[in-house]
Design a protein around this ligand. Sequence first.
Ligand code: GRF
Length: 204
Amino acid sequence: PRVVVLISGNGSNLQALLDAQQHEELGGGEIVAVVANKADAYGLKRARDAGVDAVALPHREYDSREAFDAALIKVIDRHEPHLVVLAGFMRILTPAFVDHYRGRMLNIHPSLLPAYQGLDTHRRALADGVSEHGVSVHFVTEELDGGPVVIQAVVKVEPEQDLDALIEKVHAREHLIYPIAVRWFLEGRIKLSADGKVTLDNMP
Ligand code: GRF
């Protein structure tokens, strides 16, 4: 199965997926293209280094969100992907885009959803004095960071927890769970049902 990954920056989650593919741990999935909305996204280099088609589609060159998303759909659909993976893609998507990939688009968000949707999750969690924080992979729906959760990893927050150390811990968990979620999807184990829930099949 073919996978297209969308990024905006560093692409360490993309790297985790590329590594999983190389180790044949991605459910037979092949990352066929990486698309970034910023030409200088470091993840584009990671893609090229792995021999994957790397496309820069700068959103600034489009007059509207609708025009950008329409162009993005064209680029993505050239590859006829079974799955679209958002890996640090920092763009709000139009309803038309979300609808086009319904049930076949995943996102990773650095919080234990539904807690801390949106930006700056780590700092907000620390400020609230939470004892647990973490990361979620979810199906993408119209609600920003609000789609049904596929898998989460929990990180314990220590007393006097340092922010950067927390971010690093969460990031390490991201790299663990995203390839698992992608593999499960490509193996047909997780699906988004018509009523917007995640269903599990053939789980071990
Ligand atoms: C990650 O923290 C991810 O959860 C968030 O954006 C960040 C992307 O990091 N959505 P990277 O580009 O994969 O290193």
